[in-house]
Ligand binder design. Structure first.
Ligand SMILES: Cc1cc2nc3c(=O)[nH]c(=O)nc-3n(C[C@H](O)[C@H](O)[C@H](O)COP(=O)(O)O)c2cc1C
Length: 143
């Protein structure tokens, strides 16, 4: 059974709702899935997982949340080479520029990036939650 960590930061719950739907899909596909708010995940445990799914909304000016997610991700990057990784997050008005640079950065780390990042404008509705479940399912099936 593939071991998957979903690690996210969410200020107002939109990215969290995505994370929970991704978890549901990943579990439904038979993954051994753990969901972590970023504060409870240790970057040193990245090698323990077959795949990682990171979630963070667009913050600042098209960047990752800088207080806790950015430092964690910076640490995690040291171990991402060769790892299957998927990215997701919610945004407000920027059209997804933060995700484009995050995906580029993650490819640059040598991670096996699973498609482009999944982005949702503000709160996910039913269709977007279905996309999230699908991402979780497809990611686990790809491992
Ligand atoms: C301080 C702050 C900065 C933000 N910066 C951006 C931004 O640069 N681009 C964008 O599209 N949305 C931006 N947003 C909007 C959030 O990405 C959006 O509200 C998102 O749904 C929040 O997700 P969450 O509920 O998981 O925290 C910002 C929101 C806040 C509070």
């Amino acid at each position: 059974m593939s071991k998957v960590a979903i690690v996210y930061w969410s200020g107002t719950g939109n990215t969290e709702a995505m994370a929970k739907a991704i978890e549901e899909g990943a579990k439904g596909a038979g993954g051994d899935v753990s969901l972590f708010e970023v504060e409870s995940f240790k970057a040193s445990s990245v090698p323990d997982y077959d795949g990682l799914i990171f979630g963070c909304p667009a913050m600042g000016d098209e960047v990752l949340e800088e207080g806790s997610f950015e430092p964690l991700f910076t640490d995690a990057e040291k171990s991402l080479s060769g790892k299957p990784v998927a990215l997701f997050g919610s945004y407000g008005w920027g059209g997804g520029a933060w995700m484009e640079s995050w995906a580029e950065r993650t490819r640059g780390d040598g991670a096996k990036l699973f498609s482009d990042g999944l982005i949702v404008e503000n709160a996910p509705g039913d269709a977007e939650l279905a996309d999230c479940r699908q991402l979780g399912e497809n990611f686990v099936k790809s491992l």
